[in-house]
Design a protein around this ligand. Structure first.
Ligand SMILES: [Zn+2]
Length: 333
């Protein structure tokens, strides 16, 4: 790569190196790993605008993580989960109507605003309270859409205060019905569950989006929940599986996922998802070890698993076996 070296006074080849960096933001010291370009002739630093942008993005990410601020993709999940637009939700929260638009474009929210959003993401009862209080701020149509989304999410005013998401039930069911599942394997089983459920029923099993991380598709909230296990299996004492609200159709699909994919290690499953189109397409332009929080578009997943289903002529969920064994044989023989 060529850049202008101030010291050599000409365009020279440069080399990029990773570098630990530190910067103060709002009085807090933030450490992050950035990059720097060095002239191949004289070894002095060279300014490259792409590298500056990259460093800014890494710094911002480190700041959000350190402060526990909500990410852009989590805000997108809120909008999807409650079937609400960014403008109505801003108004509902008593903010300026363009506030969420700015956050979605990358502006960093103040801690207080971020905490409200996180609370809404985790707890639909909290949104329900706000909705009843501020419904005059939004149109009837927007109000009704949120109400029906809340109903779908299973919120009841007078029953449970803490509502669990569908994905939490799916996780419990997968854990309760398999052995030696590591967090890595769990992520892949969730992904296959989502894909095949959509292919067989036309519906998504849960609303959550997954991201195209280095080791395959990852559902972020589940990642945080189990990340302390590292590469060790999640033990029975680590979850309560008494209360699992799933339909017979959902359970049947999950049984087939456990039977046909649960027998492989997390690493084998990772290799499978790496070979599949949705993860690959989403990571276009990234190198193998490059971190990313890009969301794998649900429609990509839907399209891919639909094609798998027709290609293998699958009629019912037990036919998933054809795909998993074929796949394994292709990868390892
Ligand atoms: Zn130079």
């Amino acid at each position: 790569m060529l850049g202008f070296c101030e010291r050599c006074h000409e365009m020279t080849e440069y080399t990029i190196r990773d570098e630990k960096k530190q910067k103060n933001i709002k009085g807090k010291s933030i450490e992050y790993t950035g990059k720097e370009a060095y002239c191949n002739e004289c070894e002095s630093e060279i300014f490259v605008s792409d590298i500056r942008d990259y460093n800014l993005a890494m710094l911002e990410k480190a700041y959000r993580e350190k402060e526990g601020l909500i990410s852009v993709s989590e805000i997108e999940i809120i909008l999807e989960k409650y079937d609400v637009g960014k403008r109505p939700l801003s108004l509902l929260l008593g903010w300026g109507e363009g506030t969420l638009t700015r956050y979605l474009e990358g502006d960093i929210p103040a801690k207080q605003y971020s905490d409200m959003l996180k609370k809404i993401l985790d707890d639909s009862n909290y949104l329900k309270e706000i909705l009843e209080k501020n419904k005059d701020n939004i149109t009837d149509v927007a109000y009704r859409r949120i109400c029906s989304a809340l109903q779908k999410n299973g919120t009841e005013t007078d029953t449970s205060i803490e509502s669990e998401d569908k994905i939490d039930y799916v996780v419990k069911y997968l854990l309760a019905n398999s052995v030696d599942i590591t967090p890595l394997a769990l992520q892949k089983l969730l992904y296959f569950s989502q894909g095949f459920y959509k292919a067989f029923t036309g519906e998504y099993l849960f609303y959550n989006n997954c991201e195209a991380w280095v080791h395959g598709p990852v559902y972020r909230s589940i990642y945080y929940k189990y990340k302390d296990h590292g590469y060790n299996p999640i033990e029975e004492k680590d979850y309560e599986y008494g209360d699992i609200k799933l339909t017979a159709v959902e359970k049947e699909l999950l049984d087939s996922i456990v039977r046909n994919f649960g027998c492989y290690s997390g690493k084998v499953l990772e290799k499978m998802t790496h070979a599949e189109e949705p993860w690959r397409a989403t990571r276009t332009g990234l190198s193998d070890n490059e971190g990313s929080d890009r969301i794998i578009d649900k429609e990509l997943i839907a399209k891919y698993f639909n094609e798998i289903k027709s290609k293998h002529g699958m009629l019912n969920t037990s036919d998933i076996r054809d795909y998993s064994t074929d796949f394994f044989n292709k990868l390892y023989n």
